[in-house]
Design a protein around this ligand. Sequence first.
Ligand code: URA
Length: 197
Amino acid sequence: MVKSLKQLREEARACQDCPLWANATQTVFGAGDPHARVMLVGEQPGDEEDKKGLPFVGPAGRLLDRALEAAGVDREHLYVTNAVKHFKWQLRGKRRLHKTPAQREIDACHQWLEAEVATVKPHVIVCLGSTAAKAVISKDFKVSIQRGQFVESALAPYVFATLHPSALLRLQEDEEREVAFKQLVKDLSLIKKALSG
Ligand code: URA
């Protein structure tokens, strides 16, 4: 039986299937249009998302919003989620710094992503960055090489991966960031192509 997002969100609140729940404020489940034709999948909530309980509402989310706008895609009509639903972090001074989730944590969380896909039934899935691409497409997917190309998937008719907005935030040079932003916008423009196909 396919469960509603409300039911899934409620069940995921209590998930302790990997150790990440212990240091996180809360489970950050997906959010957005429950009937979205497009699902965006990120890596895991960041510091702000962990506190607010919503995906992509921090600095990476703001960059994503700018890129979506530049690509002519309305976030209102999307469902946005993450491959891992708890914030994994390490303390550096007073700051909680992001730590990349381990494969076993991605695997433990996969049930929720699968359930979200089964409920929302998106026509297009966009993987933001390597963790999402590994969770949705394949463990040896290389975003740097294979980004911006539709790949075969049982999860949705159209699936592709692009850069993670946080990767852009980490770039030091303005010029590099601008080039990467253009790549991200170009890739996100594939959403419109897929929706018309
Ligand atoms: N990075 C992600 O992958 N997801 C978020 O929700 C925020 C930052």
